[in-house]
Design a protein around this ligand. Structure first.
Ligand code: DGP
Length: 114
């Protein structure tokens, strides 16, 4: 499938990966909209939140817990978690992804390792 995030998920396209396991990959957004901007994607191709089915429960749970753990490791005191859904919702890449946006407060390194 010619999906850019599937290629990133499989490691075929380079990304600034901060975390990976067999279900998800988290990497820094190429066009950051915040001092810290990380995307968390499932390795399985799902187009968007609008395409979720009941057997995707574990994947959604993994995305959210991964985001929480990354935010804690970076030291974000507060952050936004965003799913853009569909073109009218600002979604450009048709592979489900959760945006972690933060780092506006003091003491957070933009390039913090996780
Ligand atoms: P969205 O608008 O929700 O579909 O967000 C897609 C995000 O993906 C956008 O902030 C830019 C980012 N992005 C697009 N292509 C790449 C890429 O090849 N690498 C990385 N790291 N991020 C990308």
């Amino acid at each position: 499938m010619d999906c850019i995030f599937c290629k990133i998920a499989r490691g075929e396209l380079a990304s600034d990966t901060v975390y990976e396991n067999n279900a998800v990959r988290a990497f820094r957004d190429i066009h950051p909209k915040a001092p810290v901007h990380v995307l968390v994607i499932p390795k399985q191709h799902i187009e968007s939140i609008a395409h979720l089915e009941t057997d995707h429960n574990e994947i959604i749970s993994a995305l959210i817990y991964t985001a929480k753990d990354i935010a804690a490791k970076i030291g974000l005191k507060g952050y936004k978690l965003v799913f853009n859904v569909g073109r009218e919702g600002g979604q450009v890449i048709d592979h489900l992804h959760l945006h972690i946006l933060g780092g506006w407060g003091e003491g957070v390194e933009k390039k913090a390792e996780v």
